[in-house]
Design a protein around this ligand. Structure first.
Ligand code: GLA
Length: 396
């Protein structure tokens, strides 16, 4: 029997020859809400959960994409004729968009391939499974094409894929955090210059995600509406004489001096004040400022999102209020695009799951639905993985 297994293992490895693998993590938006596409500085973190991809080359032009985690359907198309998928199977657009952007740069394989994805990211919890899918795909395709691509460049390619192929006008926060994460560090992203660095997260603190599970159908269109409002506010502020290149750079006086509608004024004030908070946080971290003071910036960020950017909802506000009552919570805020989704709590390491679950329980009493609770560690960003996995190679 052992001999048969050994034969099978060898045959399998031969059949899978040329296969490669990669992993890309989910991300947490730590601070800097809706600043990325406004040219601001934002703080993100890659987490210890994400998407693993196994990629095998084919001799024909067929593209075969599969994941049990996304609809459990095989998406099949071809290298010469793929286009954006509507409806079922549309998760594959993140991969096809990356393929297209890589083709344009001569970084994509010239024959077909199969991609199989495995994910341990909680679904729709605002942890950007889309960026993880894009980056894992990008690393796999570059290997199949025998090309090298740096992670900063790849983050830009993946953002382009999402903007142009998928049609979501996001900034670079998700892709850069997933690409450039480092254990126990935050990724500081200067979105205007697309320059990246990392900052150590203070020891004995922890990151918790409480996911409300609320997903509004209109999230994408609400997001695009905010994107457009910010663009319009910038246009008017510039028309009134500001020399700022982007909204995050505008000063509050410039906004005050511009004739803006009440809504545009609130959006612009959120952006400029949020930018101040990120810079204060960064400087405070570097000068060892009191953690409670730093944490307060996160909670202030939430109320600015809620009142001025208006991308929160009563359920997220409820969670932030409850979390802020705990002595061990340094700060709490909605994380990601908003309009539902998840809340981040930055806590001391004395904060316990029991306490997080009690808050989830009080939410259930109020809203009759139980949010899910997760804790994550800031982790290493996207990377090539070994293929074959050690166990297969050794025949373990
Ligand atoms: C989503 C987008 C990001 C960013 C955040 C809000 O996660 O994908 O680019 O704009 O929303 O800060």
């Amino acid at each position: 029997m052992d001999e048969e297994i050994e034969k099978g293992r060898k045959a399998y490895l031969k059949h899978m020859e040329g296969s490669v693998a990669a992993f890309a993590p989910g991300r947490i938006e730590f601070l800097g809400n809706h600043l990325d596409y406004n040219g601001g500085m934002v703080l993100g973190a890659a987490i210890d959960a994400g998407i693993y991809v196994l990629a095998s080359p084919r001799r024909d032009k067929v593209l075969r994409l599969f994941s049990e985690s996304f609809e459990g359907e095989v998406v099949e198309t071809s290298l010469d004729q793929f286009r954006k998928i509507e409806g079922k199977g549309s998760w594959a657009n993140y991969c096809l968009g990356v393929l297209k952007a890589m083709q344009e740069r001569g970084l994509a394989p010239s024959s077909g391939f199969s991609l199989t994805f495995v994910s341990n990211l909680p679904v729709s919890a605002g942890l950007s499974s889309s960026a993880a899918l894009e980056l894992a795909t990008g690393l796999a395709l570059a290997q199949l094409a025998d090309r090298e691509v740096g992670l900063e460049e790849l983050a830009g390619i993946c953002r382009e894929a999402e903007n142009e192929f998928v049609g979501m006008p996001c900034g670079i926060l998700d892709q850069a955090s997933s690409a450039l994460g480092r254990p126990d560090h935050l990724v500081l992203i200067d979105c205007r210059n697309e320059s990246f660095s990392t900052l150590p997260l203070p020891p004995r603190t922890a990151l918790w995600i409480i996911d409300s599970g609320i997903k509004h159908d209109l999230v994408d269109s609400h997001y695009s509406a905010r994107h457009a409002e910010c663009g319009e506010a910038l246009r008017l502020v510039k028309e009134a004489g500001s020399k700022s290149a982007c909204l995050a750079e505008c000063r509050e006086e410039e906004i005050d001096q511009t004739d803006l509608s009440p809504n545009l004024r609130k959006r612009a004030l959120h952006v400029t004040r949020e930018q101040e908070r990120v810079l204060t946080f960064r400087d405070g971290l570097l000068s060892n400022r009191d953690l409670e003071e730093l944490g307060r910036l996160l909670t202030d960020s939430h109320w600015s999102s809620s009142r001025d950017f208006e991308n929160s909802c009563p359920e997220l506000d409820f969670l932030v209020e409850r979390l802020a009552e705990s002595d061990e919570v340094l700060g709490a805020r909605l994380t990601g695009g908003g309009f539902g989704g998840a809340v981040l709590a930055w806590t001391t390491s004395a904060f316990r799951r029991k306490e997080a679950e009690a808050i989830a329980g009080s939410y259930k009493e109020e809203y009759d639905a139980l949010p899910s609770v997760h804790s994550f560690s800031p982790s290493r960003g996207a990377r090539i993985e070994d293929w074959p996995p050690l166990a297969l190679e050794k025949g373990a």
